[in-house]
Design a protein around this ligand. Sequence first.
Ligand SMILES: Nc1nc2c(c(=O)[nH]1)N[C@H]1C(S)=C(S)[C@@H](COP(=O)(O)OP(=O)(O)OC[C@H]3O[C@@H](n4cnc5c(N)ncnc54)[C@H](O)[C@@H]3O)O[C@H]1N2
Ligand code: MOO
Length: 410
Amino acid sequence: MTCTLENHRAELEALLAPVFASLDTDVLSVLSPEACDRVLSEDVYARLPIPAFTNSQMDGYAARSSDLTHAAPGSPVALPLGVTAAAGDPQITLAAGTVSPVMTGAMIPDGADTVIPVEESVAGRFPELVRAHQGTPTGHAQFTAPSEPGRFIRLAGVDLEAGALVAKAGTRLTPTMIAALISSGVRDVPVRRALKVAVCTTGDELSDGGLSQGQIPDSNSPMLSAWLRRYQVQVRTLQLPDDPQRFALAIDALQEQVDLILTVGGISAGAYEVVRQALAPVGGSFHHVALQPGGPQGFAKLPHAAVLCFPGNPVSALLSAELFLAPLLRKLNALPEPVAQHYPLAADITSPKHKHQVRRAVIREGQVEILDPGSHLVHDLACADALVHIPVGLSELSAGTQIETWSMNV
Ligand SMILES: Nc1nc2c(c(=O)[nH]1)N[C@H]1C(S)=C(S)[C@@H](COP(=O)(O)OP(=O)(O)OC[C@H]3O[C@@H](n4cnc5c(N)ncnc54)[C@H](O)[C@@H]3O)O[C@H]1N2
Ligand code: MOO
């Protein structure tokens, strides 16, 4: 039976929706290397305001604005120096009629309401500075202009108040969100547990070390594992037996350990299609999608896990992941949808009229060069930088036609 790309997508979305919904919560430190790109499973509120305290935006002098009201170029105001406030010091108090040197990020002294950058003082630089534990400073600083209240002062909580929502459930932990969480006093966060996927290959041609005649390296497992890990998936890979009964037993045991089983190969019209032979009797659905490459597709819903069955040709396997799994994993991980870019075709192309064709391409000198459609061309696949979709109904496109291209291999 042939099915459309859209129908197959909808079937997989329905299959995986309950799997994704059942992912519970893990608690993770935002400082852990695994935190980036995980998704919050609950709203998170600030424990501290951002900024945590009112502090200086400039290296300069903390003052009372009322002490400088009459400062002018012809009549500078000289104020005695108080102790210096450096970033990291506890708050000092500004005695009436004095100024305190203050560094960027230091707590604004109690009593100060303005900061004059050091280069605006008459000397233009700091004199010898005395910290709170070092004794009593001497000397003065002179100013030739008033400084309004609040100038160069960063108020506590101006970015986010304590108790306010930092990020709602479903937010992805970007590097910047990690900074916001840690700044708001949040270290441990509830994140959605990572999806557990088993990538299962079959086929006597796959080498388990050396290569005997007729054998090839298993390139699908490492390719799909690496691809899945980019979506925060916990992956394990297995080579399952080619015998349908033993395969079924292995899948049965595996379904208790993972959320999703991804099989690759063994589903088309051959005599030894172990995946199809083992899963069709337990409700697996196998059909031909009007798609090239990636036509043969299957899926099954087992009691404890979902199974997606991708075709074995490496290009078909990868494009199946890009077309069917990536949109769902992007949604799960709150990742943005990719944006298409338009380029003219470098040469005429043809496409089977009744299939949705996906072609690999390279963008060279502002034009799209379409690559060979062979679904066994692993090296070509690695060199492609774009995908081009040619929908059902279109069979010929001439050179110069503007087409949508989607980035790949980034
Ligand atoms: N009579 C027909 N034959 C085929 C049809 C068809 O409609 N009628 N469809 C072709 C298409 S299209 C595809 S795609 C493949 C899909 O076949 P399977 O999913 O059953 O995959 P296999 O036969 O097991 O393998 C296909 C191909 O891929 C290589 N392979 C498999 N696993 C790996 C791996 N882990 N790493 C690297 N390469 C792998 C395998 O050696 C085969 O060359 O069927 C066509 N045939
Ligand atoms: O669908 Mo197969 O994927 O054309 O090679």
